[in-house]
Unconditional design. Sequence first.
Length: 314
Amino acid sequence: MEERIEVFDRRAVRRHRERAAPGLAEHDFLLREVAGRLAERLDDVTRRFPLALDLGCHDGALGRALLENGGHGSIETLVQADLSPAMAALAAGGGRPALAADEEALPFAEGAFDAVFSLLSLHWVNDLPGALVQLRRALKPDGLFLAAMLGGETLKELRAALLEAEIEVEGGAGPRVSPFADVRDLGALLQRAGFALPVADVDEISVSYPNALKLMADLRGMGEANAVADRRKGFSRRATLMRAAELYAERHAGPDGRLPANFQVIYLTAWAPHQSQPQPLAPGSGKASLATALESQERSAGETADPQASKRKT
């Protein structure tokens, strides 16, 4: 039996979102920005999606972005789902159906949706390849998968400052760096999950803060607090947080004293397989050689360009 790897404490992820839900509107700038960018990507898709799923919907940010982006008539019904019941309740307030559901154990029938979207949620999934397989199965043939998740370069300055401060103040450090997926691997993961035409690309969103403590408060307010399974349990020491804020300011403050904070966002686009999609040619079915395409002369293996070359060798 294959051993299940617990990178993230999913109960902590749910708890953080439950805690963040009542005040999310004061800290949702990243959700709103990425939701808008994700909605814009649908402008290039000339298809209709009668039934779509918003997985990891938070408070319904993507649904609102779709409405603001011309209503996006390509989607008739958007079902919203989140790991946190409190978040799902907020999303349901927008008038669309919403439920609590776990990305690692989807409760949907095979081929249920014409499209599946996910907004800044999949980076907290333990078994991302397994989750992608489930999402592909939940799609009808030729259904669209479109997602945004945080990448490994996100807030690397803050994470380094926290790690160093914890070692300095507490004499040791628990894991504070989430093992985010790399964009170079995600296209391959989509293929392994059975998707067709996979594309992964990167965007960066940069903001600034008056101090690191305000950034940490925003992360907590978004429900993005540390949920690594092997993290140190309990509250962080005030001395550790203050020292991390000092280190961050010493190394990264701009001329105006403000601190940069960079979020790397990876966008994933893929389709459930269908016979109508472009298919790669079978090996050996090409009608023209590479040599013809490059306007060069084709030779057999071992044949030299100069027939006299072998005679001149000593």
